[in-house]
Design a protein around this ligand. Structure first.
Ligand code: ZN
Length: 607
């Protein structure tokens, strides 16, 4: 750490370059006055790094907390620091094109107002979504009500909702940890998430794209502005793209190259990404665009100016992902497991000396394990790990074998004294899992997590540890805001709706059920069949033949009400609604009676 290049202030110069004005105060509210974003809460970052933070993360947080409207190049502006992501504005012949309208409509509207205050009341004449993550489209209704071209990479809609549908509840719960949503903003608490300061808590919206970008080299003109695209599917998101504004000599890198090591597998949980493909697309971006760009900007962090610096930046980012990928594969072929590779993997010193390769959001440790997981999965091949007891059973046996609770706590104390907080956490976690009411073990574990968090360079690790410490003291935090807004629900495909229904079936409760329901979605004129057998609710589109016990004719909206539960538990939405039907209506009740709601505040640091 001592040899990190703190004297290199280039990032601060770049983060401030082109500054025009701040939003004052740096707070965004709903029309009811509820705060959805408060960047002023981070004013404490102006101070020197305290003992309670890693100096490298403190520096990154200082950079990310900068807020305001910035000129990137002639006709290209960014609003940064008004949400997790950046909103970029490109001026056209008659108005302005918005790239990535933030997480929520309130923040996007505030960002657009800030821009207009300084650049005139230009109408929004187009929107571009760089990729399918919510911080790049959720605020769209804050900048337009549609009726303008909206450009997005192929398969955008599918992926914009897909990642959140099936495992959404668990991801939301874990995202609360990852972003430190309930932590105080303070030198002891949340310092952002490395990629930005956090996610706003306003209204999430989604307007479907009108123009699909389906191939690299595709060229479009929006409001007189030429754009040349490079598709990069399977990188940071399943649907993503880079693009060049050739007449502005400005390159948008979406989220494929930002000022940190990104996530091959985000800690909130997701399908693992492909570091190999990621590196290849960065090579292609250099080939396609480097000679035609004077500035490269992304949807997080600050831009890079000058052809040579752009090439250096992209090449180093590329080398980073390629190195982690290739070396993980080399070592797993030597027989090392994920945890072992994570322990020995070292980023080459030349890359380590560059700030933007540091693991503020992704980390070398968890990315290496993700690459291992992508190729070999959870099992490391050792039969000792094939059939281990689950955490509570294991914890009880560990504590018993080590001579009881106080003996284990005593051992943990010794490891804490020796500075081995990692093993102290393992021991104390066993104690808490063996007896969650052991208050002194909980307090001690909370202290260990706090020290681990405050020592972490990675912001999401810090947030996980500190949130875990908080929940050990106070119990699970209330759930975070849900992304199941009307716009998101209406983006679900019929198949996704029936799949979502199927994953709410409590299998054992349905073991003895046998029935088939035909669903005629009258507004779409679609026919679907769901068949319950052996606890599985199997979906089939356009079924042939008869044989359903019940046929329901309803709109898609009514079907969604069943899924959402109308606020009264699943099924209630349909139970008392006059839905047109043929056949045995009690079958519907048998279905709804085996549906279960996900648990938004399940325990994580306690059993
Ligand atoms: Zn993002």
């Amino acid at each position: 750490m001592a040899d990190l290049p703190f004297q290199d202030r280039t990032d601060f110069e770049h983060a401030d370059r082109g500054f025009i004005a701040k939003l004052t105060p740096g707070v965004v509210r709903t029309s009811d006055g509820e705060v959805v974003w408060d960047n002023d809460a981070y004013d404490f970052l102006a101070g020197d790094c305290p003992q309670t933070a890693h100096p490298s993360l403190w520096r990154q947080a200082q950079l990310c907390a900068r807020q305001g409207l910035y000129e990137v190049t002639d006709g290209v502006y960014q609003v940064r620091g008004l949400d997790l992501s950046n909103m970029t504005l490109v001026e056209g012949d008659t108005g302005v094109i918005v790239i990535d309208p933030l997480v929520s409509a309130e923040c996007a509207a505030a960002a657009l107002r800030l821009y207009r205050d300084h650049r005139g009341d230009r109408p929004v004449t187009g929107v571009v979504y760089t990729h399918s993550h919510v911080d790049h489209f959720g605020g769209v209704r804050g900048v337009t009500d549609g009726n303008v071209p909206i450009l997005a990479p192929a398969h955008f809609m599918e992926h914009a909702v897909a990642e959140n549908v099936y495992a959404g509840n668990a991801m939301n719960r874990r995202a609360l940890y990852m972003y430190g949503q309930r932590l105080p903003r303070s030198p002891e608490g949340q310092l952002g998430c490395g990629l930005g300061m956090g996610t706003s808590q306003g209204t999430v919206s989604l307007i479907p794209p009108t123009v699909d970008i389906t191939r690299t080299g595709q060229e479009e003109t929006v409001d007189g502005v030429r754009v040349v695209f490079q598709l990069t599917p399977g990188t940071e998101a399943p649907a993503e793209m880079n693009f060049l504004f050739p007449d502005r000599r400005a390159l948008c890198l979406a989220e494929n190259a930002t000022h940190n090591l990104h996530n091959v597998l985000t800690l909130r949980g997701a399908v693992v990404r492909d570091a190999r493909v990621w590196a290849r697309y960065l090579t292609e971006a250099v080939e396609l665009f480097a000679d035609r760009a004077d500035v490269a900007f992304a949807s997080h962090h600050w831009p890079t100016w000058g052809r040579d610096d752009i090439v250096t930046f992209l090449s180093q980012q590329r080398d980073l992902y390629a190195y982690l990928h290739d070396q993980t594969l080399r070592l797993l072929n030597q027989g090392l497991t994920g945890a072992e590779i994570a322990e020995v993997m070292q980023v080459p010193p030349a890359l380590e000396q560059v700030w933007h390769t540091h693991g503020y959001y992704g980390s070398v440790s968890h990315n290496v394990k993700a690459i291992y997981q992508r190729y070999l999965g959870w099992f490391d091949g050792n039969p000792a790990h094939l059939w281990e007891h689950p955490p509570i059973e294991q914890a009880r046996r560990y504590v018993e074998s080590f001579g009881g609770t106080s003996a284990v706590v005593g051992l943990a104390d010794r490891y804490i004294e020796e500075g081995d907080l990692r093993f102290a956490a393992t021991l104390l976690n066993h104690v808490v899992y063996a007896d969650e009411n052991d208050a002194s073990a909980r307090r001690l574990l909370a202290r260990v997590y706090t020290r681990l968090g405050q020592g972490a360079e990675n912001a999401t690790w810090r947030n996980f540890y500190l949130t875990g410490a908080g929940e050990l003291k106070n119990g699970p935090s209330p759930g975070s805001t849900s992304t199941t807004t009307p716009d998101m629900l209406s983006a679900l495909s019929s198949e996704q709706i029936f799949d979502s229904l199927a994953i709410r079936v409590n299998g054992p409760h349905a073991w003895n059920e046998r029935f088939a329901i035909d669903w005629h979605l009258t507004d779409l004129d679609e026919r679907h069949r769901t068949t319950m057998s052996n606890g599985a609710l199997v979906h089939q589109k356009s079924p042939t033949g008869n044989g359903a016990d019940l046929t329901l004719r309803l709109t898609r909206q009514r079907l969604l009400a069943l899924l959402a539960g109308d606020g009264d538990g699943p099924g209630h939405g349909l139970d008392h609604d006059g839905i047109d039907h043929d056949g045995d209506l009690t079958v519907l009740r048998r279905l709804t009676s085996v549906l279960e709601e996900p648990k938004p505040d399940f325990a994580i640091v306690t059993p």
